[in-house]
Design a protein around this ligand. Structure first.
Ligand code: SF4
Length: 375
């Protein structure tokens, strides 16, 4: 299978939906007593709503939208600190487009730009590196954020800057990791999760074994999945098969892209450039041990925290009044149940981070029908 259309084939999708329904009935899943499957990755959340899979699957299957949208889980204090750096004389702060709209406690980076800070959108940290080469009299800072998918490219940019001795380039590092918040969620006695759909792009870098603890320590099935509709449906079926057969294993539906042991070049770059922070404060989830990365001392010359004396002081912080992002992110509430959904919070005027990024659960609901639900 080489082409995307083959993964969107209605006939194949119908066959998978029928198989899912059969398995769900065997397990005894019902609307009142559903099987909860968490899709960890925001890209999967987006695909589920884009293709209407939540409506098409058996009524006894409920998708729980996980914390896998890096923009959504970034604490507001880190946005404030990025703005503080951007306001320093001579600084150009660069970042990805969706990070520019995330609200800090007072402003977003986009609003800071409108107020005079030199904030620029880039498509990759290598664009920021090129800017630093072109403008040697300016300090170019890359606001690095994201999971293991984007972590290697930031590491490679730092390594390249070190090789070139590019003293006017640095990274404000907010990279985070996927397995630790999943461990935290599984340790929460209030969470009712029966299985997981594992992230496709992250796993391309880290492989499938970092999820072994989900099966071994918590007895839950996880299937690493691709992003097309039949990928996701097949993964749901694989999770249900495990439940029906009393198995809990890590399986790889996305083997055409995800190598079992990940990408060795990316993993080497990550190990060379970063070390774990003792903990990281996730928006909506709180403090999670060893879930964030910082730049190693050997690369301190390219670490914006060191260069600008910012340090790391993020602590769990209250959400804006009326915002239910934490409850949505932990699967306790559907976006449409948030009192702010479509009223005080829309993609044009986001109150919470889950409405900012296209991978946020609230933005996905809104884009694919939530607007109607909000009336
Ligand atoms: S609707 Fe807005 S405030 Fe409510 S949970 Fe979603 S992003 Fe947060």
């Amino acid at each position: 299978m080489k082409y995307a259309s083959e993964f969107r084939d209605p006939k194949a999708a119908r066959a998978l939906l029928a198989a899912i329904a059969g398995r769900a009935d065997t397990i005894g899943a019902t609307k009142e007593n559903p099987i909860h499957i968490m899709e960890i990755c925001g890209g999967h959340t987006h695909s589920i709503f884009r293709y209407g899979l939540d409506k098409l699957v058996h009524e006894g299957i409920e998708f729980i939208h996980g914390p896998g949208c890096p923009v959504c889980v970034l604490p507001r204090s880190r946005v404030d600190e990025a703005i503080e750096i951007a306001r320093r004389p001579g600084v150009i702060l660069t970042t990805f487009g969706d990070a520019m709209r995330v609200p800090g406690t007072r402003l977003s980076l986009l609003q800071a730009k409108a107020a005079g800070a030199d904030v620029r959108m880039v498509y990759s940290p290598l664009d920021a590196l090129a800017l630093a080469r072109r403008l040697p009299d300016r300090e170019v800072v890359f606001f690095g954020l994201g999971f293991e998918t984007t972590t290697p490219s930031t590491a490679l940019a730092i390594q390249q800057a070190a090789r070139e001795g590019l003293g006017n380039f640095s990274v404000f590092c907010n990279h985070i990791t996927v397995p630790e918040p999943i461990r935290a969620l599984l340790g929460d006695p209030d969470m009712v999760l029966h299985g997981f759909i594992g992230p496709g792009h992250v796993s391309m870098v880290i492989g499938v074994h970092p999820y072994d603890f989900i099966a071994q320590d918590f007895g839950k099935p996880i299937v690493v999945a691709g992003f097309e509709p039949t990928d996701l449906l097949q993964s749901v079926l694989m999770v249900l098969d495990q439940i029906a057969e009393g198995r809990a294993e890590v399986e790889n539906q996305y083997a055409r892209v995800v190598p079992e042991h990940g990408n060795p070049v990316s993993l080497a770059a990550i190990a060379d450039v970063y070390e774990r922070r003792p903990s990281f404060a996730w928006r909506g989830l709180g403090e999670i041990d060893a879930s964030g990365l910082r730049v190693r001392r050997a690369y301190a010359a390219f670490d914006a925290e060191v260069k600008f004396g910012i340090g790391y002081g993020a602590t769990p912080e209250p959400e804006p009044e009326g915002c239910a992002c934490g409850a949505v992110m932990t699967g306790r509430m559907k976006p449409t149940a948030c009192p702010q959904f479509g009223k005080g919070c829309t993609p044009d005027m986001p109150l919470g981070a889950l409405m900012v990024s296209s991978e946020g659960a609230c933005a996905a609901y809104w884009q694919y029908g939530g607007m109607r639900a909000a009336g």
